[in-house]
Design a protein around this ligand. Structure first.
Ligand SMILES: [Zn+2]
Ligand SMILES: [Zn+2]
Length: 345
């Protein structure tokens, strides 16, 4: 989930053996023909194979979704030039391949907490609490906790390298990760560090939305690029624009929350061992830009839902109801409608 205008796709991978950021990763130059706009990534047979044999599935709601997958969900296709799957060849991770040893990062009673480490005082408690609640509903039955550092100048205190850019100050994401790795609580399933500071992984990259290390189950993500006034042009124009109305401010804050929630659960999905989805339109699809991320569906497709359920063993209908409730409360219109429908399956 990043733009990398100045670098060959394979370069960062050579540098990061352990720091595998799936959202940034694989992209090894494919020998195959690249898919075109409008083309599906997998054919129907591949999609059904990805779902696998579900005759023994005991969860009625899940079974309904798996049976009707082709009717209820849209196959993943290329929408526009520049889409993630044009330049990144992703391996198809079927339900069956997810069951292989070492793929699933297992939830255990000793490691059952998701920590959201809010290192930026610009993210207030109310916003952090909303992230926590959304995450609790999405990763049902997990304990989600907000953690904050004692200092308000956390990145400076840790002497994280930074630089000036076109967009202002940026901090090195890999250095942040290396430093927070030592602070991961022992009962953490994973820990996500969130900030409103712009971040970059390597000097040659312009910026990155997030960076993750799946071995230590940590990631760092910045929400700053989801702010409508982020670009230098909008900052410049701000002085010439009329003051935004209360309604506009509310709408913008809501969009920021919505995107922050989505990127957060997508990245946590990687911690569960889910790779980028190539089967259906799905929250686990990879994305190259904010525009592409905004376009895709913000729910788990049948394949990814089945994978996650096999790891966490939740009741699918109950999860849909919880998600409906939270999406209604947050006024995430499209998703509230989806979950309301799904909760009836
Ligand atoms: Zn990703
Ligand atoms: Zn999926």
């Amino acid at each position: 989930m990043q733009r990398r205008p100045q670098i060959k796709a394979t370069q960062p991978i050579k540098k990061t053996v352990n720091t595998r950021a799936k959202s940034q990763a694989p992209a090894v130059a494919s020998q195959q023909r690249r898919p075109d706009v409008g083309e599906f990534i997998c054919n129907k047979q591949q999609r059904l194979e990805a779902i696998g044999d579900f005759r023994q599935c005991k969860d009625k709601c899940l079974k309904h979704i798996l049976t009707n997958a082709e009717k209820l969900f849209q196959p993943k296709k290329i929408h526009q030039q520049g889409d993630w799957l044009i330049s990144n060849k992703e391996k198809n991770q079927t339900f069956e391949s997810y069951q292989k040893p070492g793929v699933k990062n297992l939830v255990t009673p000793q490691r059952n907490k998701i920590y959201i480490f809010v290192i930026d005082p610009k993210i207030d408690n109310q916003f952090a609490e909303k992230l926590r609640k959304y995450c609790t509903a999405f990763y049902t039955d997990m304990i989600v906790e907000i953690k904050r550092p004692e200092s308000e100048t956390f990145l400076e205190d840790l002497e994280v390298p930074n630089r000036e850019s076109l967009w202002g100050k940026q901090y090195n994401a890999i250095s942040i990760l290396n430093k927070v790795n030592k602070m991961v609580p022992s009962d953490a399933y994973c820990m996500l560090t969130v900030t409103m500071q712009d971040i970059y992984p390597y000097d040659s990259w312009l910026y990155v939305f997030g960076w993750a290390n799946y071995v230590s189950r940590t990631g760092v993500f910045s929400f700053v690029r989801y702010q409508s006034d982020f670009s230098p042009l909008s900052k410049l124009l701000a002085g010439f624009q009329p003051e935004p109305t209360e309604e506009q401010i509310k709408k913008e804050n809501n969009e920021l929350l919505e995107n922050a929630c989505y990127v957060m659960v997508h990245e946590i999905g990687h911690m569960y061992g889910l790779t980028h989805c190539t089967f259906y339109e799905c929250i686990m699809n990879g994305f190259n830009s904010f525009q592409e991320q905004k376009r895709f569906k913000r729910y788990l497709c049948p394949v990814c839902l089945r994978k996650l359920q096999s790891n966490m063993q939740f009741d699918v209908k109950r999860r849909f109801r919880d998600m409906q409730k939270i999406c209604e409360e947050y006024e995430f219109q499209e998703m509230a409608e989806y979950y309301a429908k799904a909760a009836k399956y």
